[in-house]
Ligand binder design. Sequence first.
Ligand code: NAD
Length: 486
Amino acid sequence: MKADADKPYRNLVNGAWIDASDGAVIENRNPADTSDIVSRHAAATADDAKAAVDAAAAAFPAWRDTPIGKRAAILERAAAYLDANADQFGHELAREEGKLLALGVGEVKRAAQTLRFYAIEGQTLTGETYPQDDPAMLVYSHREPLGVATAITPWNFPISIPARKIAPALITGNAVVFKPSSEAPLIALRLVEAFVEAGIPAGVLNLVIGPSSATGPAITADPRVRSVSFTGSTGAGEKIHRSLPITTRSQMELGGKNPLIVLADADLDTAAQLAVAGGFSLTGQACTGTSRVLVESSVKDAFIEKLAAKAAALKVGNGLDDGTKVGPLASAAQLKNVLDYIAIGKGEATLVAGGNQLTGGAYDKGYFVEPTVFADVSADARIAQEEIFGPVISVIEVADYDEAIAVANGVQYGLSAALVTNDFRYIQRFPHDVEAGTVKVNRTTTGNLVNAPFGGVKMSSTATFRESGRAGLDFFTQIKTVYLGR
Ligand code: NAD
């Protein structure tokens, strides 16, 4: 789908690409070069969002009753469309969001993989039969879809996160209202376009790009919306969660403050590399990004030296350019937020790498910040407690494994945590001791599999349902128990 040169891309409601009811437009700019307008989008209003819920509610019964093989075939065809266009769409994604080109293309392919996974896995949902005393009765349970499912997603993984919500919702027979972030709207539109090309019936998948203040209440508080799957900041997620009708199921995937623990026996080059990959890839804008490194005292100085050197060696630039290792921050708001935290860090810790906005030449066109490392960070410092969501790592000294666990757990979040060691005693204890939904040993805090569950504990997730993998299907279905007598 192409936008006319003078017309913005439109939202999809009830199978039709519609203009904004008030004609407002969102400009989507490249954060590496803000003079580059990547796309323009009709900005949905509250009325447009309500129309999307109307359409989904009307389309739901027929979609629920569509044979699962037909639903699966649509997911498969949408996946094939994404794969066939992965280079173009990945380039657009890198351009609108700032991530490296290879990561953009990889994310489009991952979304395709997610669609394929749910096309198969969704066909394996089963119920149970129940033994009982009446020989003339059959008792069984089965799963049925909830109804209208709202998916609200952030800009940092703007196609893979929507895919892991929309695919399980659709394969289980729900009708979807999808509201992506206005910071990376084009790739979200591409995902919807893939479903349209695949033959999704009108109203089954609706796209609402527009300000959350206008669209939010219409797609969350309406009692016809039976589930809201949200990924984004803890503040926004908590607010939406509290506003939902009691009949609306909620799944909130929120912020993190993820620790990487480095024990004294660790190979320090490996540990520093894991910290760099987890903390600075995606310019630190991953919910599972490494934002704290907890390192045992005896190796602290040697580790910091290696980490600071690796951080300083990273080439920061446009994600579309060869050799770039760290792209721009995604928006002016992100730049301000990260610079504010760096200023706070300078007041409460020792700066050992980075610490500045990059300026001059091409840097002046975008939102570039040096990969930044703070040492001598106390466990209760603001930069050790609050999510920064940028390329900033806080190194905290700990006396031993037990103190590392206490510090790791001493934040409101619990998304991902990793340990670097070869000591089997600690490898075995760590998954039990650490408060996190994703636990890793000798790997980065970032990254998760399409076929495995994903989510956090404490303020990183609602304590309801995991997403991703087979577990991701549960959220979109409910159990019905049936007693058949004769
Ligand atoms: P955000 O909370 O600002 O926005 C997320 C989405 O919610 C956007 O589409 C936004 O428009 C929408 N939104 C905000 N308020 C709303 C409301 N009241 N009603 C309806 N919609 C509303 O987050 P962001 O800046 O886009 O993303 C960064 C955040 O996302 C970070 O905190 C990060 O940790 C988190 N995140 C979490 C995960 C996870 O799986 N846990 C994954 C990626 C990002």
